[in-house]
Design a protein around this ligand. Structure first.
Ligand SMILES: C[S@@+](CC[C@H](N)C(=O)[O-])C[C@H]1O[C@@H](n2cnc3c(N)ncnc32)[C@H](O)[C@@H]1O
Length: 418
């Protein structure tokens, strides 16, 4: 069985050398055999190293004549960040050296690792404090800086470095559950736990009283304002956070997703929370029907979720985003045809890129004169009117709600059909 540090190193290698996301099955194999607390520890170590990667490299640079092979470098990065965050120097250095000495190809470098990490152990806690928040890679930083300004970009990067608390959506009575769980309510009304520990062990999880959902991710379904008995379609539903919100209103929900394995997660979630929806494994682009309201949470770059998924900017290159933007436009056009006259369509993406948000809705409204953006419905509890965009959508950024732990980056618009 691997140790948590060994599993974290394996995940880092997959992300940084293979370009894989940590959520991919091949990467998750690194956690096999670990119990729940060890898994959580391995993920925390890998995530913290990825969040701080630029800082790890800056701390290591003065001690390395040239950058070693990626396996060795990743091992040094992992140990460096654990040391900089106050990890037990003896344990961290010894295990790093032991891991390296077992490696067939790089075993001979254990002496170097030992010497470097001992120096790091003596200085990293102080030195890391003066290093800037790591920057996103150029392919992502460029378009985002253009969209938001370099000052805002710096604030977004600070939010990425801070990570994310755990947000919870409840079936009902959020204030009572907040008290029971020792959390607070976000301005949007989600329950927030700053230090949650093991989620499945929390009160109400097994009984299905709530589910994990970032506070920003909870807003699109809330803005759809589904009513008891209304016919509602969730067009891209897995893993089902928004499906559960819609089902909890008493609406008659059809939820579809193209991925059978992801749909299995929705089924599990609905069973646990004892909520009902008709699930269909289908391509959204071929679905037919007429609904009072449609929610389209389209597949996207997920660049709004980097606080919780710091592997994303390191594993991706942005190459595949063009195809996603095209798919979003097709889905939005198809969704329009599924909304009855007088009905509404909520479009959203967990992206920071305007091409996956503002631009999509602007172009959609140009081509669909029977739809208008409803800005009145955006006056939801906790929403700052300054977040409403020119075309009538809502832009949420990771640096909003900064003082209480931020939120995911999201874009959403409520589009009413005449
Ligand atoms: C952003 S996620 C949805 C998250 C979900 N709404 C929630 O709140 O939990 C996008 C989903 O779109 C699905 N998807 C991608 N292409 C699709 C298609 N052509 N038809 C239906 N679903 C698709 C993916 O499998 C993925 O589950």
């Amino acid at each position: 069985m691997p140790t948590p540090r060994q599993a974290a190193l394996s995940m880092l290698n997959q992300v940084l050398a293979e370009g894989r996301l940590m959520s991919e099955p091949a990467a998750l194999r690194a956690l096999e055999g670990l119990d729940a607390p060890s898994k959580a520890r391995a993920l925390r170590l890998a995530n913290e190293t990825l969040r701080n990667l630029e800082r790890a490299d800056k701390l290591l640079k003065p001690h390395l004549r040239k950058e070693p092979a990626s396996y060795v470098m990743n091992l040094l990065r992992l140990a460096t960040i654990e040391l900089a965050q106050g990890g037990d120097a003896h344990g961290v250095v010894n295990e790093a050296v032991a891991l390296l000495s077992k490696h067939k190809k790089y075993g001979a470098m254990k002496g170097l690792a030992n010497a470097v990490l001992r120096k790091i152990a003596a200085e990293a806690v102080e030195k890391i404090k003066i290093l800037r928040a790591p920057r996103l890679p150029k392919w992502l930083r460029g378009p985002l800086t253009e969209a938001y300004s370099s000052e805002i970009m710096g604030q977004i990067e600070l939010a990425h470095l801070a990570g994310a608390p755990l947000d919870i959506s409840v079936k009902s009575d959020a204030p009572a559950w907040a008290e029971k769980l020792g959390g607070t309510l976000t301005p949007f009304g989600s329950i927030r736990l700053q230090d949650a520990g093991q989620v499945t062990a929390l009160a109400g999880f097994e009984a299905g009283e709530w589910w994990v959902q970032d506070t920003a991710a909870a807003l699109p379904a809330a803005l759809l304002k589904a009513k008891m008995g209304e016919k509602v379609l969730d067009m891209c539903c897995a893993p089902g956070g928004k499906t559960m919100q819609l089902a909890a209103t008493g609406a008659t929900v059809t939820a579809l997703d193209a991925s059978e394995s992801r749909l299995a997660r929705v089924r599990e979630n609905l069973t646990r929370t004892k909520l009902a929806a008709t699930l269909l494994c289908e391509d959204a682009l071929t679905h037919e029907g007429t609904y009072d309201a449609v929610l389209l949470d389209a597949p996207c770059s997920a660049t709004g979720t980097i606080r919780r998924h710091p592997d994303l900017p390191h594993a991706k290159t942005g190459e595949e985003f063009g195809a996603l933007i095209e798919l979003q436009a097709q889905m939005l056009a198809h969704a329009a045809g599924l909304v009855k006259s007088g009905g509404r369509l909520v479009f959203c993406t967990c992206s920071l890129l305007p091409d996956e948000g503002e631009v999509q809705v602007e172009e959609f409204l140009d081509m669909h004169p029977d739809f208008t953006a409803d800005t009145s419905v955006l006056a939801h509890e906790g929403v700052d009117p300054a977040w409403i965009t020119e075309e009538g959508g809502l832009r949420l950024r990771p640096d909003y709600f900064n003082e209480i732990g931020g939120m995911d980056g999201f874009y959403m618009a409520v589009l009413n059909r005449a």
